[in-house]
Every structure is written in structure tokens, then in C-alpha cells.
Design a protein around this ligand. Structure first.
Ligand code: GRF
Length: 186
């Protein structure tokens, strides 16, 4: 059984969806959820799912040594970033090279980089008049949204879309494709 750690900063609907999906099989499980934001809703989701939660500060994340020890103690095979907003320090990208994956709610390399998260991404896609958006699942290195792309899936942008309606369509794509992409990596 492979052990997955999910890092999240906000709502954590992907974290929950991954946990529930992998709990149905016996190949992998979400062994812990790591969070940098004491007010994040993902904390309540972790409690409801009975998954250990590790809350950490910016200093603990920047140093990463104690986090890496915690990840190793839980025998984590793969780190999944799902709505996690901090740049991952090199100590961590090196310790988990090739085993750190992120999901981005747009078609990278467009609409990526610092500040491109949450509704800002979907607003930028609409402002640019794009006809398509989608998801990008990619490996993580020291630069925001730069690592090797593993999977992109597209969806249409509709004429009457709002950032919220586009976000909802993209979220549905995430739920459909993220577990499978992770399974492939494992
Ligand atoms: C997702 O759209 C993901 O692509 C992005 O942040 C959002 C997180 O949503 N990186 P949730 O917290 O999983 O609901």
C-alpha cells in the first residue's frame, strides 16, 4: 500500500476527493494532510475523514527538515499539492524529487506563476477571451508551475461563464482526472 501526503492551504475538496477515492481500493491511501493555514477548511475535512493533520508555520516549511522527518516517519511515497499556495523549498523538492506533484486549474504555461491561484486564474482566463481552459498535473521543482507536465485535460470556456462557473467546471475535471494521474505515478 502506497502512502500519499496531500498538502493543501484552503478548502481541500481535492484532498477529500483523493482520500475518499483511494480509500475504495487497496493500492494507496491518503496517510496525512499537511496544511499551512490554521483557518483552512481542509482541517475540518481531515477531522471528518479521520486522517492525521500536520499544521506547520512558514519557518517550519522554509527549513523543511522537521517536515521531511515527519514525511519519512509516515513512509510517504508521494506528495500531492492540491490547492497549496507556498513555493516548495529546495530541501523538500530534492528529498522528494520526481515524487512531488501539483494540480493547476488552467492550461500551463499560460495562466501560471506567482499570484495565479484560486479565482485569479479563472478571471485571467476569461479576461484573455480564451475559448478553452482545463487542468495541468505536473511535477514540482523550485519554480512555481514549471515542472514536467504529466497530464493536461481541456474543457470549454462558455460565453456566459463567470470565474465561479468556470472554476466549478475545472473542479469537476480535477475530480475526474487527478486520482487516475496519481495512480499512474504510483
Ligand atoms: C484547485 O482548483 C487546484 O487546481 C488549485 O487550487 C484549487 C484547490 O481547490 N491548485 P480545493 O481546495 O481542492 O477545493
Amino acid at each position: 500500500m502506497k502512502q500519499i501526503a496531500v498538502f493543501a492551504s484552503g478548502s481541500g475538496s481535492n484532498a477529500e476527493h483523493l482520500a475518499v477515492t483511494f480509500a475504495k481500493g487497496n493500492r494507496a491511501r491518503v496517510a496525512a494532510i499537511y496544511c499551512n493555514n490554521p483557518k483552512a477548511y481542509v482541517i475540518q475535512r481531515a477531522a471528518k475523514l479521520n486522517i492525521p493533520l500536520v499544521l506547520f508555520t512558514r519557518a517550519e516549511f522554509a527549513d523543511a527538515e522537521s517536515l521531511i522527518r515527519d514525511l519519512q516517519a509516515r513512509q510517504i511515497d508521494l506528495i500531492v499539492l492540491a490547492g497549496f499556495l507556498w513555493l516548495v523549498p529546495e530541501t523538500l523538492t530534492r528529498a522528494f524529487a520526481g515524487r512531488l506533484v501539483n494540480i493547476h486549474p488552467a492550461l500551463l504555461p499560460k495562466f501560471g506563476g506567482k499570484g495565479m491561484y484560486g479565482m485569479a486564474v479563472h478571471k485571467a482566463v476569461l479576461d484573455a477571451g480564451e475559448k478553452e481552459s482545463g487542468i495541468t498535473i505536473h511535477l514540482i521543482d523550485e519554480v512555481y508551475d514549471r515542472g514536467k507536465t504529466l497530464l493536461q485535460v481541456k474543457c470549454p470556456v462558455l460565453p456566459d461563464d463567470t470565474p465561479e462557473s468556470l472554476a466549478e467546471r475545472v473542479h469537476q475535471l480535477e475530480y475526474s482526472h487527478f486520482p487516475g494521474a496519481i495512480e499512474k505515478m504510483l
